[in-house]
Design a protein. Structure first.
Length: 216
C-alpha cells in the first residue's frame, strides 16, 4: 500500500534537492550557451582550420553520452593534472562542455536561417566578422532559436540527474537516499517523476508559445 506520509516528512530534504538541481541547471545553461555561441560562430567561420576544430568538437561531444563525459572529468582529469577535482567542479565542467555542443548546433541553425546576405552587408559596412555576428546576426537569430533553446534547457534539467552517479545531492540522489533509509522507493520516485513532469511540461508549453509566435 502506498504511504504518502513519507513524502510529507521528506519535503524539506526534497526541496533542498530540487533547489540544487535548479541551481545546477541554471549554471550549466548560463555557462554553456555563450560557449555554444562562440563554437557556432567558429564553425561558420571562413577560416577552414577554425571551422574544422569547432565541427570536430561538436561531433565528438554529440556522439558520446553525457555520463561518459562526466566520467572523463571525474576520474580521468585528476590523473592528468595530478591533483583532485571537487565533485561540483567536475560536474559543471562536464555539463558546460557537453551542452555547449548542442547549443552550438541550435545557434548555427539560427544564424543560417538569417541568411548570408546580411552577413555580407555587415562586412561591407566596415564591421568585422565578430561584430557582424554580435550586432546584426545573433539578435535576429535568437528569436527563431527560442523554441529550440527552450527545449534544450529542458534537456539540461533532465541531464542533471546524471550527477546522481557521482553522489551529488541533486533531487534524484536525495530521493534515492531517502528511499534507501525509509524503504519507500515507489512513493519517492513517483513524487520525483511528478516534479520533473510538471517542470518539463511547463517548459514545453513555453516552447510551443515561442513557436506559435514565429508563425504570426
Amino acid at each position: 500500500m502506498i504511504d504518502w506520509q513519507v513524502i510529507e516528512a521528506s519535503l524539506p530534504l526534497l526541496g533542498k534537492g530540487l533547489l540544487t538541481t535548479l541551481k545546477l541547471t541554471l549554471v550549466a545553461i548560463v555557462l554553456s550557451f555563450p560557449l555554444g555561441c562562440l563554437i557556432a560562430v567558429g564553425r561558420l567561420s571562413h577560416r577552414a582550420w577554425l571551422s574544422r576544430i569547432c565541427a570536430s568538437f561538436v561531433n565528438l561531444l554529440r556522439c558520446n553520452p553525457l555520463i561518459l563525459i562526466l566520467f572523463w572529468f571525474y576520474f580521468l582529469m585528476p590523473m592528468i593534472i595530478g591533483r583532485a577535482i571537487d565533485d561540483l567542479t567536475s560536474i559543471i565542467v562536464a555539463f558546460v562542455i557537453f551542452f555547449s555542443a548542442y547549443f552550438a548546433e541550435i545557434v548555427r541553425s539560427g544564424i543560417q536561417s538569417v541568411g548570408t546576405r546580411q552577413i555580407q552587408a555587415g562586412l561591407s559596412s566596415g564591421l568585422t566578422y565578430a561584430q557582424t555576428m554580435r550586432y546584426i546576426i545573433l539578435p535576429q537569430a535568437i528569436r527563431s532559436m527560442l523554441p529550440a533553446l527552450t527545449t534544450q534547457c529542458i534537456l539540461v534539467l533532465q541531464g542533471t540527474t546524471v550527477a546522481y552517479v557521482v553522489g551529488y545531492d541533486e533531487l534524484l540522489h536525495t530521493a534515492a537516499m531517502i528511499a534507501e533509509r525509509t524503504g519507500r522507493p515507489v512513493e519517492l520516485y513517483l513524487f520525483v517523476g511528478l516534479i520533473y513532469f510538471l517542470i518539463c511540461y511547463a517548459g514545453s508549453l513555453l516552447s510551443r508559445h515561442f513557436e506559435k509566435g514565429l508563425h504570426r
